[in-house]
Ligand binder design. Structure first.
Ligand SMILES: [Fe+2]
Ligand SMILES: [Fe+2]
Length: 332
């Protein structure tokens, strides 16, 4: 295994060095690490950060599309959108549960989100201006999410990898429903509907490319995560894969991707594409996107409005635990 400088918490005792040696060997063999296994503190913290950011992205990601549930054009589209937004809530739950296996509580993670200290995917800080945005989010945003997430099904941390297998199956449905909804508008819709789709593609294309994170040359956590088998492909590799897959889909839909430099490069065997506005990415990630305040306020409000449900559930659980406890005690 290559090493990239010392772990911030270097093992001190011989016993710890032996544990680290076994951990490294397991990673090198392509094996999995379970919650009960010893792991370096830096590995644990990296996973807590990544899994919780992912969980937060799932539940904040419910908001832009949830905005359109009451205005879906047909009962069929409403049922599909309801199911999709509910799936995203479920993804958040699997992921918070996976993070909890690393010794952190869900309350702590949510508290960091509500205080504005935790990050989530910057894409969800953009507004959904028309019904076409719902289709484009499914096609491009869920499409980019799948590209990012399929390699995570082989992540070295087994509880995360297992959660990702189920999530990826559902993301694939999300991507298809988005594409199908856009295809219906492009093929059977009016000119105004086709324009609406193109306008939505123009707005979501570049933020979708930003979903893969900063370029490999600027990625702070990338190299270490690759070495630990948390990440299996780099940001730039995944972004390229996404562009290559999406160009043909855009052609089938009959939409134009808003990049004059997008062109097939036979020599590389990939599409070249224009420069991404990384200043915009940093601005939105840093809290200054079009909807950052609105998204966070909606999450905090949901948490506060749900307090009575959590309290009632705990009171109910306590009441049910009591007769069982007194029955055990009287049997002694
Ligand atoms: Fe999801
Ligand atoms: Fe999704």
């Amino acid at each position: 295994m290559q090493t990239a400088g010392p772990d911030p918490i270097s093992p001190v005792s011989e016993a710890e060095q032996e544990l680290l040696r076994r951990f490294d060997a397991r990673i090198d063999e392509g094996g999995f690490i379970e919650a009960k296994d010893w792991m370096p503190e830096h590995y644990r913290k990296t996973l807590v950060r990544q899994i919780s950011q992912h969980a937060h992205s799932e539940i904040v990601g419910m908001l832009p599309e949830g905005n359109w549930i009451t205005r879906a054009p047909t009962l069929k589209r409403k049922a599909i959108l309801l199911a999709k937004v509910q799936d995203e809530g479920g993804h958040g739950l699997y992921l918070y549960a996976a993070a909890e296996t690393l010794g952190i509580s869900r309350d702590e993670l949510l508290d960091a989100l509500h205080r504005g200290q935790a990050k989530y995917s910057s894409i969800f800080n953009y507004p959904t201006l028309s019904w076409a945005d719902v289709g484009v989010i499914g096609w491009l945003v869920d499409g980019a999410a799948i590209m990012n997430q399929v390699p995570l099904c082989r992540c070295s941390y087994a509880p995360y990898a297992r959660a990702m297998v189920r999530i990826c199956r559902e993301e694939s449905f999300h991507q298809r429903q988005g594409f199908e909804s856009l295809l219906t508008m492009m093929r059977d819709g009016t000119q105004a509907q086709r324009d609406m789709v193109q306008h939505a593609v123009d707005r979501w294309w570049w933020p979708s490319l930003m979903m893969f994170g900063p370029p490999d040359s600027d990625s702070t956590h990338g190299a270490q995560s690759m070495r630990w088998g948390i990440k299996r492909m780099s940001n730039d590799e995944l972004r390229q894969k996404f562009v290559d897959a999406t160009v043909e889909q855009a052609r089938v839909l009959g939409v134009t991707l808003p990049d004059a430099e997008l062109a097939w490069n036979a020599e590389r065997g990939h599409h070249d594409f224009g420069a991404i506005d990384w200043d915009e990415f940093r601005r939105v990630l840093g809290g200054d996107g079009p909807c950052n305040h609105e998204r966070l306020a909606a999450r905090v409000r949901a948490w506060e409005d749900g307090a009575w449900v959590r309290e009632a559930a705990q009171a109910h659980a306590a009441r049910h635990a009591e007769p069982a406890r007194s029955a055990t005690e009287s049997a002694r």
